[in-house]
Write a protein that binds this ligand. Structure first.
Ligand SMILES: [Zn+2]
Length: 391
């Protein structure tokens, strides 16, 4: 069951309890019958919800709301269901009507405001949503939820500075570290400054990002890329090395520019040692392919073919096989060459359209890397795919 659904289920239970209490307050003769009917209806609605049948749940809750106009929780559940079904206009109306009631408790009112804010967000009315969430944070009602929504809005608007303020406030209130998120936002600011050729400002944001989250990878990779562009090979190599130390999963992104920087520094022996270590520690094929190319440059095609074939026996990989076929092609003539070319084309077709990166949270697959998942909007959850067709 999703978090959203379990919250909704709690709301429905609350609605049931308040309906039951209301029924108990009615004259004694009516108590039994009305409480029974309410109980039956609430549990029917709850069942529909748990079975992910929101349409049927809405029908039942509409009936309840008709009989029992005072029950705030029923209306909250209804509005929530309308929003989940994409009927934001109806959700907004339900929640606005609720908020206009004079007899709401402060808790009920702030809950209705939070729901209305989510309706506005869903409807794309970000300004209105932002105002509501800011008010809720101001009166310290549902502040963590409101702050999470505010962060989501700032991300959508790419307002990273305000996103950082909200994330820091969220950390203060909940005690949950937001360091990785803040480091991502600072990295966005650094990218923006770099795009405007403001190297000093970019550097300042990157320094802050690694201070906030020393183990984060992205600021190191950005620093590596900027240093590489300035041909500051030592700084580039150091930054990439730190990135890989912090999380070896990002090796395929850092590998080529890092080796390039090391070659510029004339540190060929350390390249071999590093590739050896990465072949042991990294589960994918990328460092093996790089090493095979180095063997080829140094000792020729036959040595590279032997090296790669040996590695592929231990670690089967379509990408590695494709590299092996390319090596064989360079040394094959006649009919055998034509057949090898067909194999090469087949392998390329196999690799075409294969996702090279995948989100560990929602499964979104992509050919290129994203720091924020386009599917579920999580940060740092998209990593290289290993496996037989990965890198
Ligand atoms: Zn995702």
């Amino acid at each position: 069951m999703t978090l959203d659904l379990s919250v909704l289920a709690l709301l429905v239970l609350a609605a049931f309890l308040s309906g039951w209490l209301a029924a108990r307050r009615s004259p004694a003769t009516a108590v039994g019958a009305q409480a029974d009917r309410l109980r039956r209806n609430y549990f029917r609605g709850l069942n529909y919800l748990l079975n992910e049948q929101p349409d049927k749940a809405i029908e039942v809750f509409l009936q309840i709301a008709e009989v029992d106009k005072q029950t705030v929780e029923t209306h909250l559940a209804l509005g929530n269901l309308f929003r989940r079904r994409g009927e934001t206009d109806r959700a907004i109306r339900v929640h606005q009507n609720l908020i206009a009631r004079p007899n709401l408790t402060p808790e009920q009112k702030s809950l209705a405001l939070l729901e209305l804010g989510e309706d506005y967000m869903r409807a794309g009315l970000l300004d209105r949503a932002e105002t509501l969430f800011t008010d809720l944070v101001g009166i310290d009602a549902h502040a963590p939820a409101a702050l999470r929504h505010l962060i989501a809005i700032c991300q959508q608007e790419r307002d990273w500075k305000r996103a950082i303020e909200h994330a820091r406030r969220l950390e203060e209130i909940t005690g949950e570290s937001q360091a990785e998120l803040v480091s991502q936002f600072l990295s966005e600011l650094a990218e923006h400054a770099a795009a405007k050729n403001d190297a000093a400002q970019a550097k300042a944001y990157l320094t802050e990002a690694v201070t906030v989250a020393p183990v984060s990878v992205r600021p190191r990779l950005i620093e590596g890329r900027l240093a590489h562009a300035q041909q500051d090979w030592r700084r580039a190599a150091n930054a990439y090395e730190r990135a890989i130390e912090n999380d070896i999963e990002y090796l395929p992104i850092a590998l080529a520019p890092m080796l390039d920087a090391l070659e510029q520094l004339d540190r060929s022996e350390s390249i071999d040692a590093m590739l050896d270590e990465w072949m042991r520690r990294y589960p994918g094929i990328s460092p093996v392919i790089k090493m095979a190319r180095r063997v080829r440059e140094r000792d020729g095609d036959a040595a590279a073919i032997r090296f790669l074939a040996e590695r592929l026996r231990k670690k089967p990989s379509v990408r590695g096989l494709s590299e092996l076929v390319d090596l064989q092609l360079a040394n094959t003539q006649g009919e055998a060459r034509e057949q090898l070319e067909q194999v090469r084309d087949l392998l390329r077709q196999l690799l075409d359209g294969q996702a090279l990166f995948r989100c560990s949270r929602c499964g979104f697959g992509a050919r290129s890397h994203h720091w924020q998942c386009p599917g579920c909007k999580s940060w740092s959850t998209i990593k290289p795919v290993h496996g037989i067709a990965g890198n």
